[in-house]
Write a protein that binds this ligand. Structure first.
Ligand code: SF4
Ligand code: SF4
Length: 123
């Protein structure tokens, strides 16, 4: 049905990015948008346009999966799920965002935080 990045996102999330009409509600609702390099609505637009460089954005790692955007999207889309799909696409390339071995004094961090970080940030 879809091609390129939109097809991969659909396969992993079941979300049809072409439903997005760029109202910006997701970005307006996002508590972390000020520290993202690309706001969530633009992330979705880049998927529509098959712009693979979206996979290099910091946004996909900054998203906290809080689902504010998801409950407010007037098109019933789930941007949090879409962003999670992008993380999975990136990690399937075997790319890790953090290397636990390079964190100084790793034993001083809470184990729960390390496990959560490794699940989210390591390929
Ligand atoms: S809220 Fe929904 S329709 Fe609006 S820009 Fe975000 S994803 Fe697209
Ligand atoms: S799920 Fe991610 S993109 Fe959506 S509002 Fe929360 S932090 Fe922002």
């Amino acid at each position: 049905m879809f091609k390129g990045l939109a097809a991969k996102v659909y396969e992993l999330s079941g979300e049809n990015v072409y439903l997005c009409y760029q109202c910006g509600m997701c970005s307006g609702s996002c508590p972390l948008v000020s520290v993202m390099d690309i706001p969530p609505n633009q992330v979705i637009r880049m998927i529509q346009l098959n712009m693979e460089e979206v996979l290099d954005s910091k946004t996909i790692w900054i998203c906290a999966s809080c689902y504010n955007c998801t409950i407010r999207c007037p098109r019933g889309l789930d941007p949090a799920k879409i962003i999670n799909a992008l993380r999975n696409i990136k990690m399937r390339k075997g790319i890790s965002v953090v290397n636990l071995r390079k964190i100084p004094k790793v034993e001083e961090y809470p184990q729960l935080a390390l496990v959560a970080a490794s699940r989210k940030l390591m390929g």
